[in-house]
Design a protein around this ligand. Structure first.
Ligand code: SF4
Length: 373
């Protein structure tokens, strides 16, 4: 019997579960990323390969041990090294003796092809292409609504009176949305959790520091490898905004029209990056400029060690720092990144942002105080 698995990346398992359940496909959700999955994968990975490769391999190894025999991973040309990771991992797993089959929807820029063929194959061709499209539409709608609930959670979390209340609700929302079987049920679940988040006791008038997270999509979304930076910032009363959410990759909503007209979030990012990177995608660069324009107090770039696109971005960011007035901190992540050093840097960055904001606020008053003259 075919039993499929997929890698973790933040909450991506929620829409994936909906998709497979809709089509009656047996699946295994890998255990959450831990030091065990990383250590397991690092044993069979090239030392300097980027961390997404290692963690994805770790997820696959653990899921195969739980009975999965088909693996799904995007692949394809015009990407970074990610484009051939699926092939490499399939070879490694087969050499280790696993009987598994890698299924690779092809990704090029933001277009993903071959998904319905793979889904039909997994159902032994019981599902029609139309069935697959319907299931995909529901799964993408789940992803979009989960992102909306998460945005609300990020806002509440920086203002809540009892630490952890908003995040606990968001976890419950993830579990509830993974079970929906229709657009009606999805709408009701989303409404319920938005209402619950609104009822969390909080200081509504608080004006927390606002930080935008930019960088490589995997490490920005996967809390295990980014040491749950969003939670750490929120505990320090900072409102975190992820410049790119997963549903922005798969837009089916009116946002698509805005993007086509050059007015959507992605179009703004691409336009902002153009003076710095004419010929290649410079999302980190564009996201940083857009964060400044949107009034964020600071930007944190998350980048895996040896990540090729982010190395290019980092070099552009030197120039950008001279031309734009927004504090920017880069954090490089791999399995050697130490937690204490990470937290110390985070706290120093928050101190800097607080002082900058404080400076701006007291500057007009300073003129009337003789002591400062
Ligand atoms: S973007 Fe960077 S970290 Fe991500 S897969 Fe490509 S090389 Fe690796």
């Amino acid at each position: 019997m075919k039993r499929v698995t997929f890698p973790h990346m933040g909450m991506i398992h929620v829409p994936m579960e909906v998709l497979f359940r809709q089509l009656g496909i047996a699946y295994v959700v890998p255990p959450p990323c831990t030091s065990r999955s990383l250590a397991l994968a690092a044993r069979y990975s090239p030392e300097t390969v980027c961390i997404p490769y290692k963690l994805v391999l770790g997820n696959f190894l653990e899921a195969l041990d739980l009975g999965a025999n088909h693996l799904i991973l995007l692949a394809g040309p015009n990407n970074c090294r990610f484009g051939y990771y699926a092939k490499l991992q399939e070879m490694v797993l087969q050499e280790l003796g696993y009987e598994c089959h890698m299924l690779t929807p092809q990704i090029s820029s933001r277009t993903i092809n071959g998904v319905t063929d793979i889904l039909r194959y997994l159902t032994d061709y019981r599902a029609s292409t139309w069935d697959c499209l319907r299931a995909l539409f529901l799964a993408i709608s789940v992803l979009r609504d989960l992102d909306e609930v998460e945005r609300k959670m990020q806002w509440v979390r920086a203002r809540e009176m009892e630490a952890g209340a908003a995040e606990a609700l968001f976890q419950q929302a993830g579990e509830a949305l993974a079970q929906v079987d229709s657009l009606g049920a999805l709408k009701a679940a989303k409404k319920e959790f938005l209402k619950k988040l609104d009822a969390v006791p909080m200081e509504r008038d608080r004006k927390p520091l606002r930080v935008s997270l930019v960088g490589e999509i995997y490490v920005v979304h996967e809390p295990y490898i980014n040491m749950n930076i969003e939670r750490e910032l929120s505990r320090r009363r900072v409102e975190v905004f992820r410049s790119e959410q997963l549903s922005q990759w798969l837009v089916l909503s009116p946002a698509l029209i805005l993007e086509a007209a050059g007015l959507g979030h992605e179009a703004r990012i691409a336009h902002a990056a153009r003076p710095y990177l004419e010929h290649i995608h410079g999302e980190t660069v564009g996201q940083t400029i857009v964060a400044e324009r949107d009034g964020f107090h600071g930007v944190i770039q998350l980048t895996p060690f040896t990540c090729t696109p982010e190395v290019v971005n980092q070099n552009v960011l030197f120039r950008l720092r001279r031309e734009h007035d927004i504090p920017l901190m880069t954090i490089i992540l791999d399995e050697q990144t130490g937690r204490s050093g990470f937290l110390t840097r985070l706290e120093a960055f928050i101190d800097l942002l607080e002082r900058r904001r404080g400076d701006t606020e007291v500057r007009p008053r300073r003129l009337s105080l003789p002591i400062f003259r």
